[in-house]
Design a binder for this molecule. Sequence first.
Ligand code: AMP
Length: 279
Amino acid sequence: MFYLLKSFIQMKILLNKNDLNEALENVSNLGFVPTMGSLHKGHISLIKESKKKCNKTIVSIFVNPKQFNNKNDFKKYPRNRKKDLSILKRLKVNYVYLPTVKEIYRVKRSSRIIISKKDKILCAKYRKGHFEGVIDVMERLIENIKPQKIFMGEKDFQQLYLLKKYLRKHSSKIIECRIIREKNKLALSSRNSLLQKREKNLAAKLITNIMKLKRKLNKGSNIKKVLNKTGNEINKLQNVKIEYLELRNIKNLKISNKLKNSKIFVSFYINNVRLIDNF
Ligand code: AMP
């Protein structure tokens, strides 16, 4: 009982800018893990990394309406506040920031976020306004929290790439963390909970097959052709729709035909659930 009480007291729940200012006034080397909640082992790995590298760790849970290009997707996004808080307590996180939409968007932006034409690729091509919403909320979170380090997952590789590029003026350092996968190779994602068991198995099988295909590619392969053919074959499956399946250079995200310094990026729907991955 005493132990439970102690761990509860140790984690401060912060709701607004005043709470943040008060709690973080004398904190140095603060690590920040931004999340949309429904926490899983992927999020937990970021939190552990922050705890290792920073004096104090703050985790935010905020399902940001601005980054959803589809209202229904926002509505059905999994929310698990009670379970999330118990996970964070168990991890002995120092602070949890739980702002409301009103709190985050209290102040109007002075300039519009514009993503360049050449960055409108992969998810930016298919989710109109998504990254503008991500950059907007991240800028607001950074300004409120002022962390030294921000821990984010390579699962959302393009998000990392764009945040590094568009938030350069901020002094917080973004630390990239590796993708955590289930045994069946499916990357952990809050959206996985929206899948039926057989749909999850199918998603894992598709990912495993694309990973195997990547291993089989070699210097002589016409990679674009192989990926197009694979995408077309996958699209013949019932209730599966590939959005993109591309090999891109990890430094500039340009289409690549060389395996070196490149990753396969994939996005697909199983029924109405959209999954992304890269490897
Ligand atoms: P989200 O709650 O989906 O917005 O994700 C919050 C953070 O967790 C982002 O930086 C994600 O890239 C990261 N993340 C999500 N899934 C994973 C995963 N499977 N492995 C590592 N990081 C992840």
